[in-house]
Design a protein around this ligand. Structure first.
Ligand SMILES: Cc1cc2nc3c(=O)[nH]c(=O)nc-3n(C[C@H](O)[C@H](O)[C@H](O)COP(=O)(O)OP(=O)(O)OC[C@H]3O[C@@H](n4cnc5c(N)ncnc54)[C@H](O)[C@@H]3O)c2cc1C
Length: 380
């Protein structure tokens, strides 16, 4: 391929998804990544149901020899647990490297050109420079992650106000004890447990404070610590920044940003990759239509709900008394929890709200202080 229509800078999951979607619309596309595949990255490794559905639309088979479906999310703290089941579909726990290889295979099948181990250094509106040689193209897609260089070159600055937290990830050899993704809450942050195989789980630990190592972070969650007491780690602990930032503008001239390069929702939402996959389809539609402003509008629309959810979860999670009252009230109203998951993943609209369950939740929230206190005093 001499002059592709589109060069995608960054072959992470979202860059590859964008390239596949672009190829599906008949454009020539080249993906360039400075790393060698399959690329690992600290991640909770849970793909939400909307992400699984979007992967299917991209022709990426989610039938893995080593992965596990999950049917909902469990919030838990000090012995109290609330289970929310997805109203439609299921999520998928899958090791990052396995998912990356599957995306590469699908991209190759779709006719995407890929160059690994090469950095893209300079971008102007007429093309990019790869390994010192200019490659002209009509559009450049910046899928180069949180510290995006394409964003800088295109003059699209990330907002200064960015909420950052530290996320650590490690795998353990243990049979998953549930088919829910568990989110353990604590004043200092959360531990998220994703089953990724019949004998392996992925634990991601998010801390609002710095300086804690994985064993110290796990010790914050006695129930998790007990379950992992005899479990052998199957990967080294790796850390990454989880950030929440909204970018108002993700396009400029012939450049479009996608994935973490275009802003991110806090990892606690579990929506990072799923959002990016949906953006990939919107971007391909816009490029095929030669209409980048259309992508800009779609990006805002698709991102809005997960951004709100991230703000809500972190605001409630940071207030111990409120967090515990919400947990107790939610545990009693699993229908409401399921509905909220449906809203979060885009399968339900407000019209489907279970009014009775919501009213009981609000009543419990207002009146349940003593119940919550009793439950947690007993559990701690
Ligand atoms: C601790 C943690 C847990 C998370 N858990 C989940 C989860 O459970 N579920 C979920 O959906 N999301 C989760 N996320 C979010 C998710 O990991 C990200 O949203 C996702 O990785 C974004 O993918 P991306 O392709 O945009 O970027 P990346 O995966 O960062 O890929 C960017 C790529 O660009 C390449 N690159 C950069 N600059 C250049 C250059 N100049 N030239 C060539 N290549 C370049 C890099 O090598 C890299 O491969 C989590 C995030 C964190 C930090």
């Amino acid at each position: 391929m001499t002059a592709p229509d589109v060069v995608v800078v960054g072959g992470g999951p979202i860059g590859l998804a964008a390239a596949i979607a672009v190829r599906q619309r008949g454009l020539d596309v080249l993906v360039v990544d400075r790393a060698q595949p399959p690329i690992d990255k600290p991640c909770g490794e849970g793909v939400m149901p909307d992400g699984v559905a979007t992967l299917n639309r991209l022709g990426v088979s989610c039938d893995f020899a080593r992965a596990l479906p999950f049917r909902g999310i469990r919030f838990t703290e000090a012995g109290c647990a609330a289970d929310g089941q997805f109203p439609a579909g299921h999520g998928l726990g899958v090791r990052r490297t396995i998912l990356h290889q599957r995306l590469i295979d699908r991209a190759a099948e779709a006719g995407v050109a890929m160059r690994w181990g090469e950095s893209v250094r300079v971008v102007d509106s007429s093309g990019v420079e790869i390994g010192g040689r200019k490659t002209p193209c009509r559009w450049v897609v910046g899928a180069d992650g949180r510290e995006s260089s394409v964003r800088r070159w295109a003059g699209l600055r990330a907002p200064a106000k960015m909420r950052r937290r530290i996320g650590m990830r490690q795998h353990f050899r243990v049979a998953p004890w549930t088919d829910f993704v568990e989110v353990h809450w604590h004043d200092y942050g959360q531990a998220v447990v994703t089953p990724v195989a019949s004998d392996e789980i992925c634990v991601s630990l998010f801390a609002n404070v710095g300086g804690l190592r994985v064993p110290e972070l796990i010790a914050l969650y006695p129930e998790l610590e007990r379950r992992l007491a005899d479990a052998r780690p199957t990967s080294a602990a790796r850390g990454a920044i989880s950030s929440s930032c909204v970018m108002r503008t993700v396009v400029s001239d012939r450049v479009a940003l996608i994935g973490d390069a275009a802003g991110a929702v806090d990892a606690i939402t579990g929506e990072g990759m799923s959002l990016g996959f949906k953006h990939a389809i919107a971007l391909a539609d816009a490029l095929a239509d030669d209409n980048l402003p259309r992508y800009q509008r779609a990006h805002r629309r698709i991102s809005r709900m997960p951004e709100r959810m991230a703000r809500l979860m972190l605001a409630v999670g940071g207030r111990r008394s409120l967090r515990r009252r919400v947990l107790v009230a939610l545990a009693a109203q699993s229908r409401l929890f399921s509905f909220m998951l449906g809203m979060h993943t885009g399968s339900l609209s407000l019209r489907a709200a279970p009014i009775g369950s919501a009213a009981r939740f609000v009543r419990d929230l207002m009146t349940g202080v003593s119940v919550a206190n009793e439950r947690f005093t007993a559990g701690l």
